[in-house]
Design a protein around this ligand. Sequence first.
Ligand SMILES: Cc1cc2nc3c(=O)[nH]c(=O)nc-3n(C[C@H](O)[C@H](O)[C@H](O)COP(=O)(O)O)c2cc1C
Length: 171
Amino acid sequence: MSRKRNFSKRQLRDALGMFATGVTIITSCTRDDELLGVTCNSFNSVSLDPPMVLFSLSRQAHSLNKFEGCDFFAVNILADNQRDLSDRFARPSLDKWDNVEYETGVTQCPMFTGSLAMFECYTRFHYDGGDHVIFVGEAFNMKVGSPAAPLLFYQGGYRAMTPDASDSEWG
Ligand SMILES: Cc1cc2nc3c(=O)[nH]c(=O)nc-3n(C[C@H](O)[C@H](O)[C@H](O)COP(=O)(O)O)c2cc1C
């Protein structure tokens, strides 16, 4: 059987974009106290016991080496009203953290107030993920925010979730 691909990179991207996801910002704090933050929709749950999660970071990300050197990372699951924050951390920039409000977790990782949920994790594994590096972490500290509409990403753009007709409010 031939393993020749029947799709182009563009077609693959478009097809993968059919998978609707939430949006997170993964943060960390280096040993030199530099704050890191990257918008990621590759976040996923892995295991409940032990509690493990993953995200994958592009080998082209400026912060990749710094994340690889950190023992901890935090996951912020974004609400629909945090689109500006998502945009800000989706661009390489020297002033990502200017005028951004955040709290600091026990790991010193920045956490965004207003997120739907936040997890502080210690990094368990790095795996080769082709043009990405897969980070697997074990969560040990969690904070859940007030129920609110989640920020969604689908086919290359943000989406709003329409609550089911039977739901009167979020949560
Ligand atoms: C909704 C959304 C999801 C994204 N998900 C990822 C992701 O899972 N992994 C990744 O490497 N980049 C992802 N990106 C792109 C990064 O956020 C972007 O490349 C960022 O500039 C990387 O920051 P850095 O170069 O400062 O490290 C995503 C962007 C958006 C808008």
